[in-house]
Design a binder for this molecule. Structure first.
Ligand SMILES: NC(=O)c1ccc[n+]([C@@H]2O[C@H](COP(=O)([O-])OP(=O)(O)OC[C@H]3O[C@@H](n4cnc5c(N)ncnc54)[C@H](OP(=O)(O)O)[C@@H]3O)[C@@H](O)[C@H]2O)c1
Length: 307
């Protein structure tokens, strides 16, 4: 089968479309015939070696975490022919390939209202946003949340989920994405290239940071005492957290099949939407990864693998 793999850590040049044997599912695993996959920053961050310390992998490595397809083999909660989507977090057999292996807890039946391409675009972004806002951030109705990177894939899910909960949402994005944030439901927007978010966000209950760096550092000052700062893009300083009397944590998303089933319901009832930037073939999948890495995509970059 065809699979996109990297053979050593490095830039895009270490990635190749290889012909490799189909993976063999062990008992308790499912073999998925991959119809569609989606690109996430984690794919190229694994390739550069930036995550080596936290997420050890075996080289050569088949890329891709977001998947949608049909069950080819395996038994348990899912049966051959079931149309599923999921987040392949265990990093053993990636989604940028004609076949992939999934654990039962990594997948759910796919939303009926979405195409396979759209379904593949959902799991990582939606699961990350949900866990950050509600499991870690404990966001409640009537509270205010500041979302850094609100027009990105995780951010767009976070805007919708936070609004669905009844929270007030302040979102940061570049100027060309501010209308998109308002369409998603943001109450206030900040053009981060030309405005300081500190002018609009004061004493917020929660900051969900998807940007890191200076944005993360400056965020401590806008959280109310007792509030929370959750980042998926950097490690918040424990000293600053203590100084501002807030809880500040870096989060690594955990996969959860039952949570994904909940997300399926939100999608099928029209309460959560996804946006596709572009669709690439598997043969041209290295360009798909480059498109996400460029930071210029508006929505998810997906890969059409097979019918
Ligand atoms: N730890 C975890 O478990 C986990 C899980 C998922 C994702 N992540 C991380 O979360 C981040 C976002 O992922 P994603 O999939 O949403 O990426 P994405 O779709 O590529 O979106 C990135 C967004 O960041 C925005 N951005 C860049 N610089 C910014 C700034 N200074 N202020 C505000 N927004 C800024 C861009 O907005 P404009 O286009 O408007 O400029 C862009 O929309 C990545 O770093 C990813 O690795 C971590």
């Amino acid at each position: 089968m065809k699979a996109i793999r990297f053979h050593e850590y490095g830039g895009p040049e270490v990635t190749r479309v290889d012909d490799i044997p189909q993976p063999e599912p062990k008992p308790g695993e499912f073999l998925i015939r991959v119809v569609a996959a989606a690109v996430n920053p984690i794919d190229w961050k694994l390739r550069t070696g930036a995550l080596k310390q936290y997420m050890p992998i075996q080289l050569p490595f088949t890329m891709g975490c977001d998947v949608a397809g049909t069950i080819e083999r395996g038994s348990g909660k899912f049966q051959p022919g079931d149309e599923v989507y999921g987040f392949l977090l265990t990093l053993r057999s990636g989604a940028f390939a004609e076949f992939a292996i999934a654990l039962e807890g990594e997948i759910a039946l796919r939303p009926k209202t979405l195409s396979f391409q759209e379904a593949a675009s959902v799991p990582v972004a939606a699961l990350t946003a949900y866990e950050a806002l509600f499991d870690r951030g404990k966001l409640e109705s009537g509270q205010t949340v500041l979302l850094h990177g609100a027009a990105g894939s995780v951010g767009a899910m976070a805007v919708q989920l936070a609004k669905g909960k009844g929270a007030r949402v302040i979102g940061t994005a570049s100027a060309e994405n501010l209308d998109y944030l308002r369409e998603l439901g943001a109450d206030e927007t900040v053009d981060y290239r030309n405005e300081r978010f500190e002018h609009k966000a004061k004493q917020v209950d929660l900051v969900f940071d998807m940007v890191g760096g200076d944005t993360l550092e400056r965020s401590f000052a806008v959280v109310r005492p007792g509030g929370k700062l959750i980042s998926v893009a950097g490690f918040p300083s424990p000293e600053l957290a203590q100084e501002h009397n807030i809880e500040a944590k870096m989060m690594g998303v955990r996969v959860a099949g039952p949570r994904l089933a909940e997300i399926t319901q939100l999608i099928d009832s029209g309460r959560l939407k996804t946006r596709i930037d572009s669709v690439f073939t598997l043969e041209n999948g290295i360009a798909a990864i480059a498109r996400n890495e460029s930071g210029k995509s508006k929505g998810k970059v997906t890969i059409s693998v097979q019918n």
